[in-house]
Ligand binder design. Structure first.
Ligand code: CTP
Ligand code: MG
Length: 237
């Protein structure tokens, strides 16, 4: 029977973060950034295995204690030069069945919530293609010319920002990434096969931590979540 698995590409260096530690290991709300996504994915009862794709030269992963995740967490030291290559290498190393669902989620999105994850699985589990979390574009969009002056205002109607997880059958994703290597997300590779992944409305809080100011925002959100869950567990008196 096919199951649900997660695959977390975490083999990048975080060049735009500009820190000597790869950004997935920067501390946020008391733990390395990557642990937030792994906590959420490992706590999801539907997900059988969480593969994390690390750089072959990774020196950080083993400096933390991951024993609380048990066998559910499977590190794979086969990251590539690009995110797409890391995902493709990880999929091959995972030895998943073609029919298995795989949810690819960035290590750099620590604010994914359990409810968003469950909503996505519920909406896509019977889908023929799969899909992604995404949010409708909220800002007005400007096209720049070579002098960085506004050349045009682009209509934002129908435009969505792609997030992760991106959920597809493992067999389809292996085929798509083998054919289309120059992509920044899995959906683009699946689209190149002529298929139309579904857009599942996500939450702007599930943003990707890219620049130093994003760490500050993620820290605020995650600390508030911790306070809320602590308050909810206190007895009423
Ligand atoms: N990633 C990966 N392998 C790569 C590049 C990126 O597994 N060769 C992972 C990152 O670790 C991250 C996710 O893909 O979890 C999203 O990529 P991004 O936010 O671009 O991270 P980096 O590539 O590390 O950052 P930058 O582009 O600023 O260097
Ligand atoms: Mg990158």
């Amino acid at each position: 029977m096919s199951g649900f698995h997660a695959l977390v590409p975490a083999a990048g260096f975080g060049a735009r973060m500009g820190h000597e530690l790869p950004k997935q290991y920067l501390p946020i709300a008391g733990k390395p950034m990557i642990a937030h996504a792994l906590d959420t994915l490992c706590a999801c009862a539907e997900i059988a295995t969480v593969f994390v794709v690390l750089s072959p030269g990774d020196t950080q992963f083993h400096t933390y204690d991951w024993s609380r995740y048990g066998e559910k967490l499977q590190p794979l030291f086969c990251g590539g030069a690009t995110r797409a290559e890391s995902v493709a290498n990880g999929l091959l190393a995972s030895e998943l069945e073609a029919d298995d669902w795989v949810l690819v989620h960035d290590a750099a999105r620590p604010c994914l919530t359990q409810s968003l994850l469950n909503k996505m699985i519920t909406e896509l589990r019977d889908d023929a293609v799969g899909g992604i979390l995404a949010v409708p574009v909220a800002d007005t969009l400007k096209r720049a010319d070579a002098r960085q002056r506004i050349a045009a205002t682009e209509p934002r109607e129908g435009l969505w920002q792609a997030q992760t997880p991106q959920m597809f059958r493992a067999g389809l994703l292996v085929e798509a990434l083998a054919r289309c290597k120059n992509v920044t997300d899995e959906a683009s590779a699946v689209e190149a096969l002529g298929l139309q992944p579904k857009l599942v409305p996500g939450d702007s809080g599930n943003f990707k931590v890219t620049y130093p100011q994003d760490v500050v925002l993620a820290e605020l959100l995650l600390k508030r979540e911790l306070q809320d869950s602590h308050a909810a567990s206190l007895p009423l008196c």
